[in-house]
Design a protein around this ligand. Structure first.
Ligand SMILES: [Zn+2]
Length: 249
């Protein structure tokens, strides 16, 4: 079917050639798709200013074969989330969200649950809220919509169920917690992950996106979970996410 009509969130909009853009869109029923917007960077263009990341659009794409790069014939803005761009911290949180989805998905793999999570995540970003926490909770949820769900109920290496009081360790490479013995036996880099941090992650996974704003993480739990999730994400996709610190100095 060469003509595609779908709704989606713009994950990325890259310059291409002298006047064009390549737009990457995440659609609920088609997954990640790419299309060329011809002449998008000319003064007068039918695409207007609708090709910016984070926007929800309705799109018409012509594609000769599923493998070829599609041509965007029409794109209409449904929701711009323009306020995201008014605050650098909010924009970093949004950039983390779209980058996670872009990096962790393959083309044409529909994932309606992940789409709903992304839209909810973008909607939850308000300048007066803890947007770094919102991005972290999104990160935990988005992994649950993939085959990369980290394992916390037993040691990822030996399978032992840990119900003693010894510290827990997290292996980004193995994608889960490891027991004390395995942590000392060459499972690669390991990070401290206390029972409180594991409990926080499990609670975040259980709550639906609209109820997540009730959840708070402070002190060492916050630092541990952020460090573990970012290290795990890097181990899975080989890419780092934009950091909040880069705007601070
Ligand atoms: Zn073990």
């Amino acid at each position: 079917m060469p003509l595609i009509r779908t709704r989606g969130v713009i994950l990325k909009s890259q310059k291409w050639g002298d006047a064009d853009r390549i737009v990457t869109i995440f659609s609920p029923n088609l997954g990640k798709i790419r299309g060329a917007a011809r002449g998008a960077r000319r003064m007068k263009t039918r695409f207007g200013g609708v090709l910016e990341p984070f926007g929800v659009v309705d799109l018409t794409l012509f594609q000769k074969t599923p493998e070829s790069l599609g041509q965007i014939s029409q794109i209409d803005l449904v929701m711009s989330y323009a306020s995201i761009r008014e605050d650098l911290t909010v924009m970093t949180a949004a950039a983390r969200m779209v980058k996670m989805v872009e990096a962790i998905t393959v083309d044409r793999d529909p994932n309606p649950g992940m789409y709903a999570t992304l839209v909810h995540g973008l909607e939850s970003l308000r300048p007066d809220s803890d947007v770094a926490l919102a991005a972290l909770l999104f990160q935990i949820h988005v992994l649950g919509h993939t085959g990369f769900r980290p394992q916390f109920d037993s040691c990822t290496e030996c399978g032992k169920v840990g119900h003693d009081q010894r510290p827990q360790w997290f292996s980004p490479r193995l994608g889960g917690v490891v027991c004390q013995e395995c942590s000392q036996q060459g499972v690669g880099r390991i990070l401290s992950l206390s029972k409180g941090s594991v409990a926080f992650i499990e609670q975040a996974r259980r709550l639906s996106m609209p109820n997540l704003s009730r959840l708070k993480a402070t002190g060492s739990v916050r630092v541990e979970v952020e460090t573990a999730m970012d290290a795990y994400f890097y181990a899975v996709v080989g890419k780092s996410l934009p950091t909040f610190e880069q705007w601070v100095s």
